[in-house]
Design a protein around this ligand. Sequence first.
Ligand SMILES: CCC[C@H](O)CC(=O)SCCNC(=O)CCNC(=O)[C@H](O)C(C)(C)COP(=O)([O-])OP(=O)([O-])OC[C@H]1O[C@@H](n2cnc3c(N)ncnc32)[C@H](O)[C@@H]1OP(=O)([O-])[O-]
Length: 716
Amino acid sequence: MAQFTLVSGSVGLITLQNPPVNALSAATRQGIVDMMNKALNDPEVKSVVVCGQNRIFCGGADIKEFGTKISGPPLIPTIHTIEATNKPVVAAIEGSALGGGLELALGCHYRIAHSKARLGLPEVTLGLLPAIGGSQRLPRLIGVPAAIELITTGRHITAAEALQLGLVDHVTRSSTVDEAIKFAQSVEGKSLDSRRISNYPCPHLPDLDAVFEGVMQEVRQKAHGAIAPIACVQAVRAAATLPYLEGMEIERQLMETLFTSSQARALQYTFFAQRAVSRWSMPSGARWDTSMPKPVHKAAVIGLGTMGRGITVALAQAGLSVVAVETQEKQLKEAKLVVSGILERAAQRRGMAPTLAKITYSHDIRAVADVDLVIEAVFEDEALKEKVFQQLSAVCKPGTFLCTNTSSLDVDHLASLTHNPELVVGMHFFAPAHVMKLLEVVYGSKSSPEALATVMQLGKRMGKVSVAVGNCWGFVGNRMLKPYMEQAFYLLEEGATPELVDQALVEFGFPMGVFRMSDLSGTDVYWKIRKEAEPVGASGQEARVRKGLRYSPLGDLLCEQGRFGQKTGQGWYQYDKPGSRVARPDPWVHNFLEEYRARHGLVARRIDHAEVLERCLYSLINEGFRILEEGIAAGPEDIDMIYVFGYGWPKHRGGPMFYASMVGLAKILERLEHYHRAHPDVPFMQPCSLLRKLVTCGSPPVHKWKDVIKKIHSQL
Ligand SMILES: CCC[C@H](O)CC(=O)SCCNC(=O)CCNC(=O)[C@H](O)C(C)(C)COP(=O)([O-])OP(=O)([O-])OC[C@H]1O[C@@H](n2cnc3c(N)ncnc32)[C@H](O)[C@@H]1OP(=O)([O-])[O-]
């Protein structure tokens, strides 16, 4: 797992060998220990270069080993030995030096990086902190403010930024290993006293207490309940205030707490789940590794409203030529300005030229005749989308993939209007489409594996976390949102306020609660969807039972008052002016709720945060089980990544299905049964049979659910 070679007569070259990213598994750590001992004890070796196989230095500790019984030697003593030796040790960094990989490099006396290398301490994203001395060495090398920023965000930085910060000594465009070998020879026999980072004093900061107080406040606010960022600040504070060895002891203690935390398990699950969703499969058995995507060089976007503009930016930034079509002249002009502005600002930030020339604008749909793929992003109106699909089917060249950016309409229906339904796929983007990471890719009953493979690959090119799901109302994300929102309305009927419900959800870790979110996206969005799904009757009708089931008309009544949320300055909250982002509790809403309860003879009762969470989240989770049972999502990871990357589900809770497994499936089942007994007219509370089966099977861990589902399907 590590190889030793004597090169240029005096340099011991140690190469980490653990593909694909040379992670520090037990065997790799053992290899490093053995090869380093060999190099340091060999009198012929006067200097050492450490590098990684396959042009990647090291991706850090082996994440697969976390959560298992860890064997093999720890690296801290070896890094101390490296730092203490009188033979110069040079890290030759190509590809990535992340986490434990960078910590190993920080123990070396010199660091030389390739210009394309990326460096960082991303442990915080896995619920951990840099615990092989990284939290103690980095602030000593680059100062407290820069170290805190890197360690608490886990950001990967370029070699150029690393050079600027003083994290690396030299950046090269040629062979990093060759340069490192030459450099190592040039410093053989020279004093290394000034190169041992653990001996450095932490650069002085006036008013340290105030700095850390400010930082802690900021980090807490951004963490939404995650504990690792807080521990990272505490560890850096130890570096800034204590001698190195005492700081190392604090680092160890903090890591001990984090390592076994449920948050670390959730974040590590998310790391692998994010990668697992790219290995999609369809109920037909078609899979990511047996289906060939078609090349897409030129794409078109139809409709340049908010979504269409964002999609155009995302496509251009992915390097595609784009034809952007909008029939209304005024909207087209405005879109051109907005899209160019976004691309110019993004290019400026990256120090690159904007990709404006990649986009051609047209008001004529015939301009898409020669593109490889079209994304329709017109207003969410079925008749309009039907018309566009019929037109596209007539004007596009044979083989063009036709995609619809819909959040709720039937992909199969739109496909049925085209000559080639196998080329039709749903692409559900999230606003703003060039920023949000999630792309729900919806295959219809006729979509070909090739069409799905092409769209999934396009999503990857756009930097999205793309999740393939089957076609049903609301797909996965919005379908699960329905019971969640419904429960929030019922809670208002029973005595809660929007603030109470939102506060419970924010404390859970969501960036905002359901009512604040609804105000932000427009309360009328779901009103329109509700009305389309089931006509709710005349304005002012407020029957609380529809088709024999419980229904809350509260959202409809609010919309009938023209309170469409942030954009109108009034919704579930009040705002200083239309468009303002500062939401304040609104006495009008409280009054509206009291009058509503009085009209219906409802007596308000005290509702606590636990009830809010159980009812909103467990009903959403229950729907997730139904989605799995029906095969709409291939596995729990798909649902979880949709919620983490598209719906603000806190990453440190791993997604709704992972969260369910952490709470315990038996408990979720028991609480759903309890609420269903209390509200038999709410079908979303009726426990899904898959949940019951999983509990009967002993509540297997989340990665085993697919086996149970497969077994159920094979018995059908
Ligand atoms: C006591 C310890 C203290 C210490 O401070 C803690 C740490 O170091 S914590 C660690 C801190 N380090 C990090 O957080 C770095 C995490 N890694 C990354 O950020 C990216 O993988 C990297 C940038 C390296 C390459 O990106 P890319 O080129 O787009 O490639 P990709 O992302 O698709 O990965 C390819 C395959 O490698 C797999 N795999 C990757 N890393 C690890 C790992 N460390 N381990 C195991 N496996 C790992 C990955 O799952 C995938 O497998 P598969 O089966 O093919 O799906």
